[in-house]
Design a protein around this ligand. Structure first.
Ligand code: NAP
Length: 256
């Protein structure tokens, strides 16, 4: 008897996006044969980069919502490539993948590490960062837009905050200068910005990665102290540090 050769059903991946690494992985996976990738964005930024795979936007509705999505969409593998500080999403990923019985990994880039010439004060939260700043200082805030309001309770300091989208009405204050822009790629440009605004401190989350590292180098060369917010505790499931490691892991789980 003659049998027609039939391609197996494509494997289905949910890629939780919102980072440069997620964008890069989406580009690479778009070329993989027999794979269906759906990327998910939180909807946190107004004009996210377009991904070359099917993309949905918005929260799932907690762990139950995510379990429902994994089941309805018949997802085989869940890859979390959200920001190192997106702790709630990571916890939901661990719980939902366990309930749904789905293979899972987190891709989390390594944290930055202080070097000899750096002056870092490592803190556990932005609240701690706020209270550690001395009176009359002019800190550069590189913390996104949502938590800027924490600093408006310190009228004795004069922050300059850089963010991509403007803050909500409630977080705005005359005491904070807002710069709407992406991080600059070059140390010299960040140095120039710090000098122009007479910056005395840098406040940043330990996001890691190369995209926003130039500010760390600029602070180092200008001997500006850094208030570094440590990462939240790591999630429980497998953690991979690079896109390449994620591709290798994906190949191995898709082959089995
Ligand atoms: P979070 O506190 O861990 O997540 C809050 C909620 O947002 C989650 O419970 C989930 O809602 C929804 N969510 C987060 N990421 C999602 C995704 N990729 N697709 C669908 N829903 C998502 O995280 P966050 O700090 O709000 O970050 C939100 C997004 O912004 C993430 O994708 C992250 O990569 C990106 N981001 C965060 C930071 C940061 O510093 N936190 C910086 C840069 C970029 P439900 O519970 O309803 O599912």
């Amino acid at each position: 008897m003659w049998w027609a050769k039939v391609n197996p059903e494509p494997k289905r991946i949910l890629l939780l996006a919102g980072t440069m690494e997620a964008r890069e992985l989406a580009m690479r996976l778009a070329d993989w044969p027999n794979l269906f990738v759906v990327a998910s964005l939180a909807g946190a930024v107004s004009r996210p980069a377009v991904l070359p795979v099917t993309t949905r936007t918005g929260g799932f509705g907690g762990v139950d919502g995510l379990v429902g999505f994994l089941r309805n969409e018949k997802i085989d593998v869940l890859l979390d490539v959200t920001h190192p500080f997106a702790a709630q999403m990571k916890a939901h990923v661990d719980q939902a993948s366990m309930v749904a019985g789905i293979k899972v990994a987190h891709v989390i880039r390594p944290a930055w590490i202080a070097e000899k010439a750096d002056t870092w004060l490592c803190v556990r939260s932005l609240e701690e960062a706020v209270s550690s700043l001395p009176a009359n200082c002019r800190p550069f805030l590189s913390i996104g837009r949502r938590e800027i309001g924490l600093f408006t309770g310190r009228p004795d300091i004069h922050p300059v905050a850089r963010m991509i989208d403007p803050p909500d009405e409630t977080s705005r204050s005359d005491s904070v200068t807002i710069l709407l822009s992406h991080p600059q790629a070059h140390e010299a440009a960040e140095r120039e910005l710090f000098v122009k605004h007479a910056i005395t401190h840098l406040v940043t989350k330990n996001s890691g990665g190369s995209k926003s590292r130039a500010k760390i180098l600029a602070a180092r060369s200008l001997s500006i102290p850094v208030i570094m917010v440590d990462r939240p505790p790591p999630p429980a499931a497998l953690i991979l540090e690079t896109i390449e490691a994620a591709e290798t892991w994906l190949r191995s789980v898709l082959d089995n």
